[in-house]
Design a protein around this ligand. Structure first.
Ligand code: HEM
Length: 327
């Protein structure tokens, strides 16, 4: 039952109606994926291939005392680090209503501006784990959706894909429309390695948790104004700051770091790394977001990508999307 509902949601999420032309197998897989996104969602000049609709805000991050014992990264030294944060709706549709089921999972991309003028990024979304583990699977997911128009004979390619990839419906079942971007929780999904002054290495997955989590049911979400999330956050910030807790779930020996479909056991220790305080919207978000590029693998000394193959793929796909959207 859950599977059927989830596969409908997935098809809707990826708008599986357009037919894809034959895929260019000689292109890097990241390019094939951005091609597939453009073809499924349409090409919208100036906008991201995925998470096209968003809002940009600013604030700072201050690490808690124990963060430095896990990582020597300068952002964990306890001083206030300025951040630029972009919240977003899923899909490559710049006009998607914020309350649409397809706008899940909502995203949160964080850019930490370090004292030496370099940047370190975290790109999270509301999924507690990812539907697929590899680049090829992600491409094949899009291709299956594209090959499954409403009149496709059953079982359709997307039904077959979902049946053979149980992480797809399971992952989609972990998200819902939030009351506000300030009341959703966001997960890094991919593992990173924190390295401290002594050279000790600890694999982690990031979590960004609000003071209060609040979601809407699908019927209530569908009744909200099309831009309710985008306009609510700047209004909320005028009344006062919004805070989130940046946390790290610590891997234990044997936990898989290279497969984003596999959540680590819930009892794994979660350490508070610090508090993100957002205090203002940027004056012209639509202009600001065009020149912003968040890269999951852009990390400073003291943080390293794990062996998760999605990190490198994401870097390549985001750069490809950035090149197409211009700035
Ligand atoms: C196979 C894996 C993935 C691929 C190929 C992919 C692809 C993309 C692309 C092409 C963009 C547009 C980038 C731009 O123009 O700047 C994007 C944006 C985004 N993705 Fe992914 N993505 C993947 C996995 C993930 C995961 C695991 C997360 C979170 C856990 C995530 C969260 C986001 C967010 C939040 C944005 C918007 C970033 C912004 O605000 O600039 N994606 N993705």
């Amino acid at each position: 039952m859950m599977r059927t509902k989830a596969s409908v949601a997935l098809a809707a999420m990826l708008l599986g109606v357009a037919a894809l032309p034959g895929r260019a197998d000689d292109q890097p897989v990241a390019v094939q994926i951005v091609d597939a996104m453009n073809q499924v969602f349409g090409s919208h000049p100036g906008f991201r291939a995925n998470h096209a609709k968003g809002v940009v805000v600013e604030g700072s991050f201050t690490a808690s005392a124990n963060a430095a014992s896990l990582s020597r990264a300068v952002l964990f030294d306890g001083s206030a680090i300025p951040v630029t944060v972009r919240f977003s709706d899923a899909t490559g549709l710049p006009e998607i209503p914020d309350g649409a089921a397809e706008a899940n999972p909502h995203g949160m991309a964080i850019k930490f501006h370090l004292p030496d003028a370099s940047e370190t990024d975290m790109v999270l979304n509301a999924l507690k784990f990812f539907p697929v583990a590899t680049a090829a699977e992600f491409r094949d997911l899009f291709l299956a959706v594209a090959a499954s128009p409403p009149d496709a004979p059953k079982p359709t390619p997307i039904e077959q894909f979902v049946a053979s990839h149980p992480a797809v419906p399971a992952a989609l079942a972990t998200v819902a429309t939030p009351e506000s971007f300030a009341t959703d929780n966001y997960f890094g999904v991919n593992a990173f390695v924190l390295i401290n002054q002594a050279g000790d290495r600890q694999a982690v997955r990031y979590q960004v948790i609000p003071d209060q989590i609040a979601h809407l049911d699908a019927a209530a979400a569908a009744k909200r104004a099309p831009d309710f999330l985008m306009s609510e956050l700047p209004a909320r910030l005028q009344a006062g700051p919004v805070t989130f807790h940046l946390r790290a779930q610590l891997a234990a020996e044997g936990d898989p770091t290279g497969d984003a479909t596999k959540a680590w056991p819930a009892e794994r220790e979660v350490v508070e790394l610090g508090v993100i305080t957002l205090d203002q919207a940027v004056a012209d978000s639509a202009t600001a977001e065009r020149s912003l590029l968040f890269l999951p693998g852009q990390v400073t000394d003291g943080i390293e990508p794990s062996d998760d193959p999605l990190i490198e793929l994401r870097d390549a796909a985001y750069a490809e999307s950035f090149a197409r959207r211009g700035s």
